[in-house]
Design a protein around this ligand. Sequence first.
Ligand code: NAD
Length: 251
Amino acid sequence: MFQLNDRVAIVTGSGSKKGIGRTIALTLAKQGAAVVVADLNADGIQDTVNAIQEAGGKALGVELNVTSKESVDAMVEKVLEEYGRIDILVNNAGISQKVTVQDMTLEDMTRVFNVNMFGLFLCTQAVLETMKKQKFGRIVSLSSVSAKRGGGVFGGAHYSASKAAVLGFSKNLAREVALNGITVNCVAPGLVNTDIWKSLPEEVANNVIAGIPAGRPGETEEIAAAIAFLASEESSYITGEEIDINGGSHM
Ligand code: NAD
């Protein structure tokens, strides 16, 4: 896979023990990057940091609330103190909620947008100055298949809307920073084999699988592999794009 030696990568939401972010962090570290494991969840951060270090990689754990500008700025300051650069930002932290539009409150809508879109904005804005100075940067954000075809068994319309917002935001930013050596891309996973998937009743899971040509949910490694590519030197002429990773459930 693509080499990320000497690169410094921040992965938000990488403290979820069975989540996609942890696998992204492990994968980028395996490819040589020093990885900043940033999350709300202190236990989870330590767990991911330990896993990276046990595999011989470099990691720094930082408690982060993506919805707080103070917290985001403090993280960036800490990373620059420790490593002096930031090459890769993976905006992975995200939340969802299963609720109909009719039952949704404005607080529900605000909570989901606060993390999935406004938090992503704060993290992205906070690394731009450094990436511009370096004349190199890779920003990869997690959208979702539900941005394109509506949510399924897990998410509400606020989740789908926030993940569609991530796509538009990324395309605009890609144009703004293309001359600075910075690329901005998204990955849009379909259903991934995380805890939430395992919690589905068998009948519901079978119905979902019937709509996936590949006949199974994705694995976290399959999402992380695409992100490692978009984070690498080799993807330098790809910007403003999204990669669908969904086993053919949306083409
Ligand atoms: P997860 O819930 O396992 O992990 C999300 C992590 O984000 C958690 O560790 C959580 O603590 C962290 N987080 C939440 N709010 C935060 C905040 N304010 N500040 C910092 N960290 C915060 O989720 P996952 O299933 O691994 O999903 C990861 C990303 O992939 C999300 O953006 C999600 O929307 C997207 N995605 C997931 C799937 C799937 O099937 N699991 C499909 C498509 C897209």
